[in-house]
Design a protein around this ligand. Structure first.
Ligand code: SAM
Length: 278
């Protein structure tokens, strides 16, 4: 297992946020194209051809995204943003609807805007694998970091009624749906909170299904806070540079992998990272 160095801490604190980088990239492409197109068509006394301009901005943004090695999904977003914005402008939709759509999206996807952690759900096969894993320690203190709409924590608590489960969610709409779904479960502590501000010291099992982006920082938090012998399970996203103690490969449509990391030391309660089939 690797440990964080002071330089790692420094790089986390000083580098611009990932979202800011993407805004800067799109703005740079827009500036480049407009600063060439406006004088060119202005001097010729012709109106700016918006479809071609939007395509030009999309092409330059895509090139910049490729040159700066952005993830492939960001490359697609950069290439299509300006052309789509132009196409939507033709629909003559009342701007108030964009505000409504933006607000609704933000209520569900707050995590995507702030930390590149969108909402998508653990599937049934994976939830069953988690239940098998937790069966060996039915009274474990379990937390789902970024618990979405409660669709993982609820079946776990239904199958293992002695478990002490906590769900942490910071997107208001997802939190509300999760709260409604978990109301009848007195042993579920359903919290509206930022996962980075929740201490992990009191949990035997920490589960996260987030994205590749927060994994290095999350690992630092886990090492600092989780008790010896406790278990961290990451759905699909491995901690870079750290070998998992166990990787469970599930037989579902997306070939889910559960990366299991045991914190060094002896635990009070023992949770075994065993294959669900065992
Ligand atoms: C990929 S979803 C996983 C949902 C659920 N755990 C599941 O497996 O079905 C990640 C969730 O983390 C939430 N999230 C993102 N950043 C967060 C933060 N800083 N604090 C709490 N929740 C966060 C998102 O809103 C989203 O609901």
């Amino acid at each position: 297992m690797t440990n964080a160095t002071p330089n790692d801490e420094l790089s986390v604190q000083t580098s611009p946020s990932p979202l800011f980088k993407q805004f800067a990239l799109q703005a740079a492409a827009t500036l480049v194209v407009l600063s060439l197109a406006w004088p060119y068509f202005g001097l010729r006394n012709e109106p700016l051809p918006w479809p071609e301009t939007a395509l030009g901005i999309g092409s330059i943004a895509w090139m910049l995204a490729r040159l700066t090695h952005q993830p492939s999904w960001w490359q697609v977003i950069h290439a299509s943003f300006a052309p789509l914005a132009w196409a939507v402008s033709l629909l003559d939709i009342d701007p108030a609807w964009f505000f409504v759509a933006f607000t609704v999206l933000l209520l569900f996807f707050r995590g995507a805007a702030h930390g590149q952690i969108p909402l998508y759900l653990t599937n049934v096969t994976t939830t069953e694998a988690l239940i098998s894993l937790l069966k060996s320690s039915p009274g474990a203190r379990f937390v789902d970091l970024g618990a979405g709409i409660g669709s993982t924590i609820k079946p776990i608590c239904r199958a293992l009624p002695l478990i002490k489960a906590t769900g942490i969610e910071n997107a208001p709409a997802s939190w509300l749906i999760g709260w409604l779904r978990t109301r009848g479960f007195p042993h579920i502590n359903w919290r509206m909170a930022n996962l980075w501000q929740v201490s992990l010291a009191d949990f035997d099992v920490v589960y996260a299904f987030l994205s590749p982006v927060p994994m290095p920082e999350l690992w630092r938090k886990i090492q600092q806070e989780m008790a010896p012998g406790s278990l961290f399970i990451s759905n699909s996203f491995a901690v870079p540079g750290v070998e998992a103690d166990e990787v469970l490969e599930l037989d579902d449509g997306r070939q889910t992998r559960l990366y299991c990391y045991r914190l060094p030391g002896t635990a009070n309660s023992t949770i075994k990272a065993e294959s669900p089939a065992e």
